[in-house]
Design a protein. Structure first.
Ligand code: IYR
Length: 328
């Protein structure tokens, strides 16, 4: 796979295509980053952007993981002390998950976001941004009826992180796109370059195929899950024998989350995927690309129950090293 393919595979969107092409032409020594609000245990949402970081490392990029303690504080995730403590635990889990330790830089937000220069630049951005604009950027990141001032500061700090971390590419899930668009608009006003960004798709809730999989609502997979937790969650997952399920009665669109997890989590990390089946049901199947598995589910050659069995197996393999790390 060439650098451009590695960089863009499984991306929902890149901003802009020309800028990504320029990075792909000469990826060596370029730096990409993702920021995470420390939450203690890695879950499937963190792992999706981590997969992209692993792709980027393979393409020659260097990687920064921002453990965004100040952002978590602004987003009401606990006391500052608690959040910092949580951040320490996350670092080891990322390494156990497969990030290349020798070329991953972990940075705590509070290591630079409280410096004088950063603070003054933040105030300059505050002066350039309407409250409505900041609030819109945060719509997918926070919920709650009353918007706090902290939620207006949050996206501006996220924008400022990009020049302060000296990165060439900002990675995030699609829920981060409005923050990155805000960054493109406001950073030039303080003489900083508009950043290039890449967004990973959102995966639907495992149990229902609706909305977005999240640890706060609904069913997700985390590094704390035992093999039997994974098996039972995957077993109960929504998996119609098609890629494009019918919308629900109230018109909400649905996805097939089992296929999404295969596409975005399993195939990027394993060269071949083996589905074990008893001889009487046709024997084992082997796939070296996601599309073939999808086609077999659609045609009925692969039964959802067999697909789920394989999914649980591969998710367990991805999670086991981090789970062991957590147990120490
Ligand atoms: N907004 C992210 C956390 C975050 C991301 C980046 I990229 C930053 O520079 C800072 C914070 C989240 O929703 O988890």
């Amino acid at each position: 796979m060439d650098a451009h393919e590695l960089i863009t595979r499984n991306a929902a969107e890149v901003v802009t295509e020309e800028e990504i092409e320029a990075l792909a032409d000469d990826p060596d020594g370029k730096r990409a980053y993702v920021g995470y609000e420390p939450s203690g245990v890695l879950h499937i949402g963190h792992m999706l952007t981590a997969n992209k970081l692993i792709d980027l490392q393979e393409a020659g990029f260097e990687v920064t993981v921002l453990l965004a303690d100040v952002h978590a504080y602004l987003n009401d995730k606990g006391s500052f002390e608690e959040i910092r403590h949580t951040a320490e635990r996350m670092r080891d889990q990322f390494i156990a998950y497969g990030l290349d330790e020798s070329n991953t830089q972990f940075v705590l937000g509070s290591d630079f976001q409280l410096d004088d220069d950063y603070t003054l630049d933040l105030h300059a951005l505050e002066l350039e941004t309407t409250l409505a604009r900041a609030e819109r950027a945060m719509a997918e990141i926070t919920s709650g009826d009353s918007v706090k001032v902290s939620q207006a500061v949050y996206p501006l700090m996220q924008a400022l992180d990009i020049p302060y971390l000296g990165v060439d590419l900002a990675i995030g899930g699609m829920e981060q796109r409005k923050v990155h668009m805000l960054a493109r608009d406001v950073l030039p006003s303080i003489d900083r370059e508009p950043p290039t960004s890449l967004h990973t798709p959102l995966i639907a809730d495992l149990a229902t195929g609706r909305g977005k999989m999240s640890s706060s609502t609904g069913v997700t997979i985390s590094m704390e899950d035992s093999r039997s937790d994974i098996e039972s969650k995957v077993n109960d997952a929504y998996c119609p024998p098609t890629v494009d399920p019918e919308p629900t009665d109230d018109g909400e669109s649905r996805e097939n989350p089992v296929l999404q997890v295969f596409e975005y989590h399993v195939f990027p990390r394993f060269d071949t995927v083996r589905v074990e089946r008893p001889e009487e049901y046709g024997g084992d199947l082997e796939y070296d690309a996601y599309d073939a598995l999808e086609a077999d589910l659609e045609s009925g050659d692969l039964h959802p129950a067999d697909a789920k069995g394989a999914l649980a197996e591969y998710l367990d393999r991805l999670i086991a090293p981090g789970r062991e790390q957590l147990a120490e």
